[in-house]
Design a protein around this ligand. Structure first.
Ligand SMILES: Nc1ncnc2c1ncn2[C@@H]1O[C@H](COP(=O)(O)OP(=O)(O)OP(=O)(O)O)[C@@H](O)[C@H]1O
Ligand SMILES: [Mg+2]
Length: 464
């Protein structure tokens, strides 16, 4: 993807000339074409496949003139066709124009079948060539603009939600898709991953955004109260019910009902909720009248709801009603550099709220933040930063202020020696940091505070 996008930006080099690569084993032709085109293009030349690919890659060249007969087989088209394949697999938007004599026409047609942009006859007529090239560059510009527009569309974070890591981009794209549909959505994710934030985003992007978003936490309200909280009650339904009170479901009329911690819902209420989802109608506690409510339901849970279904804790039919679409929120530790970006943002926000001068994170603090597993996810990050900003004295927030120092301490394995424990810990930390830096050795070495050769040694030693 990166390469494809760069095809557009790579179109202009120094002096703002677009780049072109001319590949031919005939020096005379290279000289002639270079001379004819260098007013309008930045011309790169290559005499064989490997030199051509090297330039294509390093210079990110969007348009190529390719002769198929290259050494070591100048009489056959094999080298040229392979070069074509390799270029297109690196950048599918590149325009490769086959320059061929009459005798090579069958091979040239084969090249077009394999994705070459056009065929241009030898001997080369420069004026005609210029016309063909200018069309090719226009197409490159158009396609890459199009690609940018499309990727902007689905990658852009949602309002109020920070992070542009790949797993979060997938979430944004899913949210945009489901928001427009009316189907129920089940949001799953560890605690503090932003499930409520996502639920609100779905509501705000839907056609119901002008109507209420009504959250209710099914885990926080005692079972006996939850029913009347959800469905309301009639006057006299029970002792103390002195007036009629509509429930949260009714409040959500026209809008979105957000059932948080749905996994905590007790069995009898699961039945009642299922009936409501099936009929779109409900009765208040102590009531006889069926009330129709048109609302969209979004539910969230930090439990493995499918497991609860298997263990008969959660009704299967209700699960399928709620989980027409599921949206899985990745834990913060799987979001790469998002954690630092969110930390930066929160530091600025809290400093303002606390009327403090903006503080910064020390380098060690940043590294500790990247290393930490964040079991409480964004909420934990919020809490640690808030506390640190209130308590820290100087202009910088360090590892101690975040209380991220002792997290690696642990007990000895049963019967193990200190040496073994050290080895285990080392292996675990190295493998985790490697995973977190997605195999980027330099980054992993930096986080671990060791040299790259040392890291390679450790990888070898532990067979990672
Ligand atoms: N990507 C994010 N960008 C900015 N803030 C976030 C992000 N994700 C979560 N937050 C913030 O973190 C806190 C926790 O988010 P939220 O309440 O949506 O999580 P949750 O998954 O519902 O957590 P819980 O399971 O604890 O209820 C909120 O203050 C929210 O604003
Ligand atoms: Mg929540």
């Amino acid at each position: 993807m990166i390469e494809t996008q760069e095809a557009g930006t790579g179109a202009a080099g120094p002096r703002n000339l677009a780049k072109i690569l001319v590949v031919d084993d005939d020096d005379q032709i290279l000289k002639q074409v270079t001379w004819a085109l260098s007013d309008e293009y930045r011309v790169h030349t290559a005499g064989d496949r490997s030199a051509a690919l090297e330039l294509f890659r390093s210079e990110m060249i969007p348009v190529v003139l390719l002769d198929l007969g290259l050494p070591p087989h100048p009489r056959a088209a094999t080298e040229g066709l392979q070069a074509l394949d390799e270029m297109l697999s690196r950048n599918p938007l590149a325009k490769v124009i086959i320059v061929s004599g009459n005798s090579e026409r069958p091979s040239a047609l084969k090249a077009v079948e394999r994705g070459a942009h056009d065929i241009f006859p030898k001997p080369v007529d420069i004026d005609e060539l210029k016309v063909v090239l200018s069309r090719a560059y226009k197409l490159v510009a158009l396609e890459s603009e199009n690609l940018h527009a499309r990727s902007r569309d689905w990658q852009a974070p949602l309002e109020g939600i920070l992070g542009d890591s790949v797993p979060m981009q997938a979430v944004y794209s899913a949210v945009r898709k489901v928001a427009a549909a009316e189907v129920p959505v089940l949001i799953q994710g560890e605690s503090g991953t932003g499930k409520e934030l996502i639920a609100r985003a779905i509501h705000n992007l839907s056609r119901r955004s002008g109507k209420p978003f009504v959250p209710i936490n099914c885990g926080a309200i005692p079972e006996q109260l939850l029913e009347s909280e959800l469905f309301g009650y009639e006057k006299g339904a029970f002792t103390g019910a002195n007036t009629l009170k509509p429930g949260r479901v009714e409040h959500a009329q026209g809008g979105t009902l957000f059932l948080d911690e749905i996994g905590d819902l007790a069995q009898p209420l699961q039945v009642k909720l299922l009936r409501f989802l099936q009929t779109k109608a409900m009765e208040r506690v102590g009531g006889r009248e069926l009330i129709s409510v048109d609302c969209r339901v979004v539910a969230a849970t930090n439990r493995d709801l499918e497991k609860s279904v298997k263990e008969n804790q959660f009704r299967e039919d209700l699960f399928f009603r709620l989980a027409v679409v599921t949206c899985m929120l990745p834990p913060l530790r799987d979001r790469g550099d998002d954690v630092l970006r969110i930390a930066d943002h929160l530091m600025a926000k809290y400093s303002k709220e606390l009327c403090q001068a903006q503080k910064r994170l020390t380098r060690e603090a940043m590294e500790a933040i990247q290393r930490h597993a964040w079991p409480g996810n964004v909420r934990e990050l919020e809490n640690r930063l808030k506390r640190a900003l209130v308590l820290a004295n100087g202009p910088a927030i360090g590892v101690e202020d975040l209380e991220l120092t002792q997290l690696m301490a642990r007990s000895l394995p049963a019967g193990g020696s200190l040496k073994e424990a050290r080895k285990d810990l080392e292996r675990e930390i190295v493998s985790r940091v490697l995973a977190e830096s997605k195999g980027n050795i330099s980054k992993a070495a930096r986080v671990l505070g060791i040299s790259r050769p040392t890291l390679y040694e450790l990888i070898e030693k532990y067979g990672l």
